[in-house]
Design a protein around this ligand. Structure first.
Ligand code: ADP
Length: 255
C-alpha cells in the first residue's frame, strides 16, 4: 500500500541539559520517499534530535514541522497523531504477548492516549481486529519472521526484537518514521532484511530518518546524509558528497 509521507523540517533546534549544549541550532529536512541518515560521533546529539522530533523533549528554541503542522513543544501523543513513529535503541516491546500481538499493537498507537495506555489497553488476541492481524502478518513477512508469530515477543534474541520493533512501527502507517540504531546487534542476514524493509518503506513513499552507526548501511540506503558534531550540523548532502567531505573524513570517520 502507498504510504503518504510528510516532509519533516527541523529549523535551528537548540537544547541544553544544564550547562551541556546537546543541540546548538541544528537544522535538517527529510523528504517523503527518501531515507535521510543522521550520523555523527557519540554525544553529538543524534538521539536528542529524535527525542525532540517525537515530542519527548521540548526545544529551547527552533521549529519542527511535519507537513504543515508545527509540532515543537507538543506532547508525544500529539506528535504521534500527526503520523510520527519511532523505534528505540532498547526495543520497547509489551510483555506477555506473542510476536504477532506485539506487532499488531502498533496499530493502536496512532489513536493512542499514551504509550503506557497503549500497552495497558492492548486487546487480547481474539479481540484484535482481523484487519490489524492481517497487517501485522504482512509486516512480519516483510521482516522474515512469520514462523515466529506465536512465540513470546520479549523472549526473542535482540536482533529479532529489533526487527519486531520496526515491524511494529510500520503497521502504524507512519508518515515519518524515525529509526534509532536499528541495525546494532543484528547479524549480516538480519541487516539485509532490515535494509530491504527500509527500502520498501522508502519506495512506498515514507519519510525515513535513520540514525545509524553502520556507515556502509548508511551509504547503501541514504538519499541524503546529515552529519552532526557537538550539536551542530557540519555537513549535509548526498552520500557521494559526504564521502568526499574532508571535515567528515577527519572528524567523523577519523581518517
Ligand atoms: P548521540 O545520540 O549522538 O550519541 P545524545 O543526543 O545522546 O548524542 O547526547 C548529546 C549530549 O546531550 C550528550 O552530551 C549527552 O550527555 C547529553 N544528553 C542527552 N540526553 C540527556 C538528558 N536527558 N539529560 C542530560 N544530558 C543529556
Amino acid at each position: 500500500d502507498p504510504i503518504v509521507g510528510e516532509r519533516l523540517v527541523v529549523e535551528g533546534i537548540a537544547k541544553a541539559f544544564g550547562g551541556n549544549q546537546a543541540l546548538d541550532g541544528a537544522s535538517l529536512t527529510a523528504e517523503p520517499g527518501q531515507v535521510t541518515a543522521l550520523i555523527g560521533p557519540n554525544g553529538s546529539g543524534k538521539t536528542t534530535m529524535l527525542n525532540m522530533i517525537c515530542g519527548f523533549y521540548k526545544p529551547d528554541s527552533g521549529r519542527i514541522l511535519v507537513g504543515d503542522n508545527e509540532v515543537q513543544g507538543q506532547s508525544p501523543d500529539r506528535v504521534a497523531r500527526v503520523g510520527v513513529a519511532r523505534t528505540f535503541q532498547t526495543p520497547n516491546i509489551p510483555e506477555h504477548v506473542t510476536v504477532l500481538e506485539a506487532v499488531a499493537s502498533g496499530r493502536y498507537s496512532t489513536d493512542r492516549v499514551s504509550m503506557f495506555a497503549t500497552v495497558l489497553r492492548l486487546p487480547r488476541y481474539r479481540r484484535v481486529r482481523a484487519a490489524d492481524l492481517a497487517e501485522a502478518e504482512r509486516a512480519l513477512e516483510m521482516v522474515g519472521m512469520s514462523h515466529l508469530r506465536d512465540e513470546t515477543a520479549t523472549a526473542l534474541p535482540l536482533g529479532m526484537r529489533r526487527l519486531l520493533e520496526v515491524a511494529r512501527s510500520v503497521v502504524a502507517g507512519p508518515r515519518v518514521l524515525l529509526l534509532d540504531e536499528v541495525a546494532s546487534g543484528l547479524d549480516e542476514d538480519e541487516v539485509e532484511r532490515l535494509a530491504d524493509l527500509i527500502r520498501d518503506l522508502r519506495d512506498a513513499g515514507a519519510t525515513v530518518v535513520l540514525v545509524e552507526h553502520n556507515f556502509r548501511l548508511v551509504l547503501e540506503l541514504a538519499n541524503r546524509i546529515v552529519v552532526l558534531a557537538q550539536g551542530a550540523v557540519i555537513a549535509d548532502g548526498s552520500p557521494a558528497e559526504i564521502e568526499q567531505n574532508p571535515r567528515v573524513l577527519s572528524e567523523y570517520l577519523g581518517v
